[in-house]
Design a protein around this ligand. Structure first.
Ligand SMILES: *Cc1c(COP(=O)(O)O)cnc(C)c1O
Length: 411
């Protein structure tokens, strides 16, 4: 799936390369729920496994979602992709189709809140979960047991912008024969490809960076080809056939889409595919804006702390500079006076007070009062979520306008 052409060149031409409909330069939006066959033997062949690659029923995919999957596979330099209705559906599909009761998972403590909530459900189902500070690979190493099947981290955590010890954990997983799963939602494959540091599966909420316009939900699981499924114990006998690189994803598709059914619609796949065409432009632009905003805030007397990996003050700045093309659009900061946090939000005129991330418009949210409210004060203290913490998802507005707005709101 790799070519010598540039990232965006490949994306904008991938629909044509994939074979398009009547010369349409976009993959068409296929809305049929079922696909008919000329001969009944072909229909039977689909059920009996002798006719491969045919569309049958849209819960398992359509030509439109397949075109997006091909695009994502190319973007992550992988060997295959399965799309889902949301990022959480993609993450759930990985755990629920590839883990069994009695298995063990090592996960970063700094993960998306709903992912952490899902870990609780896995524990209820009999999967052991050990949460560690994954910014040091030795914490992950210490947590691995003979029952550990997977290590799960995010490339850049929200809201604290912690970066897992990616290269060392990748090496560790390889040596221990454990599947390394990386949520690359915030950075996107334009800024970083986890396959290069040994991640076997990459997961995305397509809702954020890749769609990028706040108008479609989606998720994806991409196999990078780095993990050898031969000895992975939980692959059903029916899927231990053919190209071994496809065993894991076949199970994720069959069990995750066919049995659990959180299918991405063709309409949303189309919106995401269009959004992805400008991914590189948006990531470059918003990363430059975020860096300028981070520098401005760090120098401002009303600000106690700025969390942004592009700043030399960030604990994993060296790693970010080495591995990532730029530091992305997510940044958080703490006001010196937490009592002013809510009034500060109301003084902002441009940034939209909203949850969600990776939109064209800048979004702002008081972290302790919203996304970490349910966690309670003890967990917030443990996770370093201060009462005056503000999360900013930097959009496409001119950075001079964003800084002017922050300046007036900070007073
Ligand atoms: C938003 C998000 C998710 C969940 O994605 P949805 O599309 O909202 O279900 C998962 N991981 C990360 C890092 C996210 O930011």
């Amino acid at each position: 799936m790799t070519s010598n052409r540039g990232f965006t060149t490949d994306i904008v031409h991938s629909d044509r390369a994939f074979g398009s409909d009547d010369g349409s330069v976009h993959k068409a939006v296929h809305t049929a729920t079922q696909y008919g066959f000329e001969k009944v033997e072909d229909l039977i062949g689909v059920f009996q496994g002798t006719k491969k690659g045919a569309y049958v029923y849209s819960r398992q995919g359509t030509p439109t979602t397949a075109a997006l999957e091909a695009k994502l596979t190319a973007m992550e330099s992988g060997v295959g992709t399965v799309c889902f209705a949301t990022g959480m559906a993609a993450i759930s599909a990985i755990f629920l189709t590839l883990l069994r009761a009695g298995d063990h998972l090592v996960a970063s403590r700094a993960v998306f809140g709903n992912t952490n909530s899902l870990f609780g459900s896995l524990e209820d189902l009999g999967v052991g979960v050990t949460r560690v500070d994954a910014t040091e690979a030795e914490n992950v190493a210490a947590a691995i047991t003979p029952k550990t099947r997977m290590v799960f981290v995010e490339t850049l955590a929200n809201p604290g912008t912690q970066i897992a010890d990616l290269e060392a954990i990748g090496q560790l997983c390889k040596v221990r024969g454990v599947l390394f799963v990386v949520d690359n939602t915030i950075l996107s494959p334009y800024l970083f490809r986890p396959g290069g540091i040994g991640a076997g599966l990459v997961v995305h909420s397509l809702t954020k960076s890749i769609c990028g316009h706040g108008n479609a939900l989606g998720g994806a699981v991409i196999d990078t080809g780095a993990f050898d499924w031969t000895d992975y114990p939980n692959i059903n006998a029916a899927y231990r056939k053919g190209d071994v690189r496809q065993w894991g994803l076949t199970q994720v598709r069959k069990k995750g889409l066919r049995d659990m059914g959180a299918t991405l619609s063709s309409q949303h796949a189309h919106a995401i595919a269009v959004g992805a065409e400008t991914l590189a432009l948006r990531m470059s632009y918003t990363s430059a804006s975020a860096l300028e905003i981070a520098r401005y805030l760090e120098a401002h007397p009303a600000i106690a702390k700025v969390y942004y990996p592009g700043l030399p003050s960030h604990p994993q700045h060296a790693q970010a500079s080495k591995l990532f093309r730029a530091a992305g659009w997510l940044l958080s900061f703490e006001l010196k006076n937490p009592g002013d946090c809510l009034a500060f939000h109301d003084r902002l005129q441009l940034a939209v007070k909203a949850t969600g991330l990776g939109d064209t418009r800048t979004l702002v949210i008081p972290v302790a009062h919203t996304i970490f409210w349910e966690a309670g004060p003890a967990v917030r203290a443990e996770m370093g979520i201060a009462d005056g913490m503000v999360r900013l998802s930097v959009g496409l507005e001119e950075v001079s306008d964003l800084i002017a707005d922050l300046r007036q709101a900070l007073g």
